[in-house]
Design a protein around this ligand. Structure first.
Ligand code: HEC
Length: 158
C-alpha cells in the first residue's frame, strides 16, 4: 500500500512539473492576490476557456456565476456575481490569481481554488478516515487556467 501511494505521488509530481510550467506549489501571488506571469509561459486559448467555464466536469463556473456569453449552457447559478464585464473590472494578472486561488483576493470566499494541491480539508477525513493522502492534482491544469483567463479577458463591459 505504501508502495502504491509513493508511486502515485511520483506520477502526480511528474505530471505537474512540465517544462516551462509553474506548478501549483510554486505560484507567486502578489499582495493583492494577482499572478503576473502566465503559468505556461504562453497565452491561453479563449475558445477552449469558454468550454471549461461552462463544463460541469471542469471549471463549472456557471454553477455559481451567470455568463451572458454562455447563454446556451443551462442553469447558471447566482452564488457569485455575473462574470459579464470581468475583463474590464480585472487585469489579466488579477484574473489569473482569481481563477488559481480566489482566497488570495477574497478572504474566506466560497469560490474553490482551481490551481492548488495542498491545504485542502480532505473530503474523506471527517467521515471515513479513508481520505487519500499525498498531493491531489489541481482541478484545472496550468494550460486550462490560462485558457479560462483568456476567455474572461474577452468579457468586456458593453
Ligand atoms: C462555489 C461557487 C463558485 C464557483 C464554482 C466559482 N466561483 Fe467565482 N466567485 C464566487 C463568489 C462567491 C465570488 C465573489 C467573491 C466573494 O465575495 O466571495 C466569486 C468571484 C469571482 C470573480 C470576480 C467577480 C467580479 O467581480 O468580476 C471572478 C472573475 C470569478 N469568480 C471567476 C470564476 C471562474 C472563472 C470560475 C470557474 C473556473 C469560478 N469563478 C467558479 C463563487 C464561485
Amino acid at each position: 500500500m505504501k508502495f502504491a501511494s509513493l508511486t502515485l505521488a511520483t506520477a502526480l509530481t511528474g505530471s505537474i512539473a512540465l517544462a516551462g510550467q509553474v506548478g501549483p506549489e510554486d505560484v507567486a501571488f502578489n499582495d493583492d492576490g494577482a499572478i503576473e506571469a502566465s503559468l505556461t509561459g504562453a497565452p491561453g486559448d479563449a475558445a477552449n476557456g469558454a468550454v471549461i467555464v461552462g463544463e460541469k466536469s471542469k471549471g463549472n463556473c456557471v454553477a455559481c456565476h451567470q455568463v451572458a456569453a454562455l447563454a446556451d449552457v443551462p442553469f447558471h447559478g447566482e452564488v457569485g456575481p455575473p462574470l459579464d464585464g470581468a475583463g474590464s473590472r480585472w487585469s489579466e494578472a488579477e484574473l489569473r490569481g482569481l481563477v488559481s486561488n480566489a482566497k488570495m483576493t477574497f478572504d474566506g470566499t466560497v469560490m474553490p481554488a482551481f490551481y492548488k494541491v495542498d491545504g485542502f480539508v480532505r473530503p474523506g477525513d471527517a467521515y471515513t478516515g479513508n481520505a487519500p493522502e499525498g498531493p491531489l492534482p489541481p482541478i484545472l491544469s496550468a494550460q486550462e487556467i490560462e485558457d479560462v483567463v483568456a476567455f474572461l479577458a474577452t468579457l468586456k463591459e458593453e
